[in-house]
Design a protein around this ligand. Structure first.
Ligand code: CTP
Ligand code: MG
Length: 400
C-alpha cells in the first residue's frame, strides 16, 4: 500500500435517530436481518486504505457495538462514547485515533452503502488537496421559502448535496475542530469546519446509492438496495436439519456448543452435540451442500471426539466459499430432561459467535415430549433446526 494512501477512519454513530423514531437506536435497526452499523462497518472493511477506525456510539451502546465489531473482520477498532451533536462525536473519534496515517476519512454510521471506489476517490482527492467531500448535483429546482411563500429561486447549477465520506489531512481536520470549539461554532459536517479556516475542500462525485438512513421510508429503500446488491432479490434460501443421539454413561452433555450439567451425556463419534449438528445440517441444506455425514464422515477417525462448534466453523467456511453466510437460525430441542431454559442464552452466545451473527439471530427453544416415545422416556435428545442464508460479501482476503 502506498503510504500516502493510508488512512484512519472516524465513524460517527452516536446520534439519537430522532427522525427515524422507533424503539431501537438507529445503529442497531435491522436491515435485511443485520444492524445498520454492521452494514456500514462491513463496507469499511472492504476499503484497503483504512488501517484504524474510531467508531463513535452513544455511551450506553458501547457493549452492543462491541458485539457488532466482533462480527466483522475489522482490526484496530476503538469504540468511543460520543458527544451531544455530530461535531462533538467526530471530535471524540478524532481524539481516540492512535498516531498513524496522515489522512482521516469521516463517514456516517448511518450510510451503509459506501463503496470502495467512492472512498478511494475521496481519499485520493484529500491526499492531493488537503480536504475532500463526496457531493451530488441537485437535480430539482431549489427555492428558499419563508412562512409558506417562495422568497427566492436558487441557482441549482452551483449547489451540491453533501454526503460522507469526507477526507482530510489529519492535522487540518484537528485544527478545524479545535478552532470551531474555541469560537463556539457548530457545523453539520466536517468540511464546514475546514472551510472556516479558509482551506479549500475538493468536491468529488458522490454516489446516489450512498443513502443516509434518516427517516422511516429510508429503511425500506435501504433494504431493497441491499437485496439487489447482494443478489438476494431471488427467493430466500432455507434449510432444515435434524439430529438425534442416545444417552449413555460417562459422557459430558454438550448442547449448542456448551456443557449442560446432567447425570449423563449423549453417545456419538464427535461430542454428539445434537443442537449444533441440526444447525449444521440446516445450513448445508440451505446452501445445497448435502449434509454433515458427507463432509465429516463418522467413519473418519479425524472426527473422533470432535468439538461440534469447530465443525460448525468449518461449515461456515464452506458456505463462504459458495458466497453464502448464515442469516438466521431457529432451533427446537426435544429433551425430557434436563431442563434447558437456563442454558439457552449460553448456547445462543456460543453459536452466534461462530456463525458471525448477533445473538438475536440465533433462536433456541426447548420442549419435552410429555413422556411420549423414546425422547419422552429419556432415552436421548433430538433437535430440529431451520436456517436462512444471505449472500456473503466477498472480502479482500476471500473469506467471510
Ligand atoms: N451523530 C453522532 N453523534 C451525535 C449526532 C449524530 O455521532 N450526537 C451521527 C449519527 O449517528 C449519524 C451521523 O452522525 O451516523 C449523521 O447524523 P444523522 O443522520 O442526523 O443521525 P441522527 O443524529 O442519529 O438522527 P436525527 O438527526 O434524526 O436524530
Ligand atoms: Mg442528527
Amino acid at each position: 500500500m502506498n503510504p500516502a494512501a493510508r488512512a484512519a477512519a472516524v465513524v460517527p454513530a452516536a446520534g439519537r435517530g430522532e427522525r427515524l423514531g422507533g424503539d431501537t437506536a438507529k445503529p442497531f435497526v435491522l436491515l435485511c436481518g443485520r444492524p445498520l452499523l454492521q452494514h456500514t462497518l462491513t463496507a469499511l472493511e472492504q476499503i484497503p486504505q483504512i488501517e484504524t477506525i474510531a467508531v463513535v456510539v452513544a455511551g450506553d451502546a458501547v457493549p452492543r457495538a462491541q458485539e457488532i465489531v466482533r462480527q466483522t473482520r475489522l482490526a484496530n477498532v476503538a469504540l468511543v462514547p460520543g458527544g451531544p451533536d455530530r461535531q462533538a462525536s467526530v471530535k471524540c473519534g478524532l481524539d481516540a485515533l492512535p498516531p498513524g496515517p496522515d489522512l482521516v476519512l469521516v463517514h456516517d454510521g448511518a450510510r451503509p452503502f459506501l463503496s470502495p471506489a467512492l472512498a478511494s476517490a475521496v481519499l485520493a482527492a484529500a491526499a492531493r488537496d488537503g480536504a475532500a467531500t463526496a457531493a451530488l448535483p441537485v437535480s430539482e429546482t431549489v427555492k428558499r421559502g419563508e412562512d409558506g411563500w417562495v422568497r427566492e429561486t436558487l441557482d441549482r447549477g452551483s449547489l451540491h448535496r453533501i454526503q460522507t465520506p469526507q477526507a482530510f489531512k489529519r492535522t487540518l481536520l484537528v485544527r478545524a475542530h479545535d478552532a470551531a470549539i474555541r469560537e463556539g461554532f457548530r457545523g453539520t459536517d466536517d468540511a464546514m469546519l475546514v472551510e472556516r479556516l479558509g482551506a479549500r475542500v475538493r468536491l468529488v462525485a458522490g454516489d446516489p446509492a450512498n443513502l443516509k438512513v434518516t427517516v422511516p421510508d429510508d429503511l425500506e429503500l435501504a433494504e431493497a438496495l441491499l437485496a439487489r446488491r447482494d443478489g438476494q432479490a431471488g427467493p430466500p434460501r432455507v434449510g432444515i436439519g435434524f439430529d438425534a443421539h442416545r444417552f449413555g454413561p460417562g459422557r459430558r452433555l454438550m448442547l449448542g456448543g456448551v456443557e449442560v450439567p446432567f447425570t449423563k451425556g449423549l453417545l456419538g463419534h464427535s461430542d454428539a452435540d445434537v443442537v449444533v449438528h441440526a444447525v449444521m445440517d440446516a445450513l448445508l441444506g440451505a446452501a445445497g451442500c448435502g449434509d454433515i455425514g458427507r463432509h465429516f464422515p463418522p467413519t473418519d477417525p479425524a472426527y473422533r471426539g470432535a468439538r461440534s462448534l469447530d465443525l460448525l466453523a468449518r461449515v461456515c467456511d464452506l458456505l463462504a466459499g459458495q458466497g453464502w453466510r448464515a442469516a438466521y437460525v431457529d432451533v427446537v430441542v426435544m429433551a425430557e430432561a434436563p431442563h434447558l431454559a437456563p442454558h439457552v442464552s449460553r448456547m445462543q452466545a456460543a453459536m452466534s459467535q461462530v456463525l458471525g451473527l448477533t445473538t438475536s439471530c440465533v433462536n433456541i427453544k426447548a420442549t419435552t415430549l410429555e413422556g411420549m416415545g423414546p425422547i419422552g422416556r429419556e432415552e436421548g435428545i433430538s433437535a430440529q433446526a431451520v436456517a436462512t442464508l444471505e449472500a456473503a460479501p466477498v472480502s479482500a482476503n476471500g473469506g467471510r
